[in-house]
Structures are given as structure tokens and as C-alpha cells.
Design a protein. Structure first.
Length: 183
């Protein structure tokens, strides 16, 4: 599957502050122990299912199934970097639309930064790039790249805007359960 690196299909980043110090945050631990029910609460009704597995070579994966706009998306996020304050997850995601199935490349970055007042700012950054299969899908169905990108940007941005504060609050609750109350 070839990714077209010089084209961006959609990109969005939203932030939300939580009342937990950065020292208590562990995004990777949250992500790879996230109960499915909690994932579902983080963007209802869009989030459908989640699970954790590994690649054949042992890298950690997060599998997420969600509706983004009118597309059912199955994301196979492989951890490229997974730390306490930064995770970079990369997926060749299957997208099921009314016109059929295609694939896009999605990079999901989960970022925690300390604020001056001892809180943590969580940023959820999502960047989607077309694959050669996606470009062929567009050509087959007579859809312009510009139209597809505009639709994906609107749907993906709206989804990310709604899930970011819920992810941040879930990460904060996980931090407090794992490391105790704020001192």
C-alpha cells in the first residue's frame, strides 16, 4: 500500500486542559489499557468498538472502529512512539462508504504538555493522507480529490473536536486512578 506523503487529505488538532499535573499522565498506559466501554463514551455515537493487539513483529496496536461522517472506519493504529506524554500511532485505515471500501493513511498523535499553572494540556492531532488505493477509488467513482478532501476535513475535524475533551478527561481519570488524587 503506497501512501502519498506530499498530500494531506485532512488534518485537525484540538486541545483540552485537565486539572492533573503532567507527572501523573501516562498516555501510552491509558491507550493500551483503555476499556472498550470507556472508548465508546469518548465520542458517542461515533465510537463503535476498540481493542488492543500486536503486529506480527510485536509492536503494540490499537484497533478502533468509528463513524467519521458517513464512513465506517476501521483503524489499525501501530505504535511508532508510545510514551507517557506523547504517542504517535500510524494506521492504514479501512473506510467503508456508500460507494464501497477504500483505504487511507491516518497518523494519530496524542500529546500532553504541562501548563504554567500545574495542569496538563492534552492535544489530539489527526492527519489523514491518501493512499494509491484511495486515489484509484476516487477515479473509479468520479470524485475529485478536492471534494473528497473537503468532506473528510469537515467530518474528521468535527469528530476530533468532539472527542478531544472526552479523551483528555478520560486520560485524567486514568491518571488519578493510577497515581492518586492531585496533591
Amino acid at each position: 500500500m503506497a501512501i502519498i506523503p506530499d498530500r494531506i487529505l485532512s488534518q485537525s488538532a484540538y486541545s483540552h486542559e485537565v486539572d492533573v499535573p503532567i507527572e501523573k499522565i501516562d498516555i501510552a498506559n491509558w491507550l493500551f489499557t483503555l476499556p472498550e466501554a470507556e472508548y465508546l463514551r469518548c465520542c458517542s455515537p461515533d465510537h463503535i468498538a476498540a481493542g488492543v493487539t500486536t503486529t506480527d513483529d510485536g509492536r503494540r496496536m490499537s484497533i478502533n472502529v468509528e463513524m467519521i461522517g458517513t464512513g465506517l472506519v476501521v483503524q489499525h493504529y501501530v505504535a511508532e512512539e508510545a510514551g507517557k506524554t506523547y504517542c504517535r500511532m500510524n494506521s492504514i485505515s479501512d473506510v467503508f462508504t456508500a460507494n464501497g471500501r477504500t483505504q487511507v493513511n491516518v497518523v494519530w498523535e496524542l500529546i500532553a504538555e504541562a501548563t504554567e499553572d500545574g495542569r496538563t494540556r492534552y492535544t489530539n492531532r489527526v492527519t489523514a493522507r491518501p493512499t494509491d488505493a484511495f486515489m484509484g477509488f476516487l477515479a473509479q467513482h468520479g470524485i475529485t480529490y478536492e471534494d473528497a478532501a473537503a468532506a473528510r476535513q469537515a467530518a474528521g475535524g468535527d469528530h476530533n473536536r468532539r472527542e478531544t475533551p472526552l479523551f483528555a478527561e478520560s486520560i485524567a481519570r486514568h491518571a488519578l486512578r493510577t497515581h492518586g488524587a492531585v496533591s
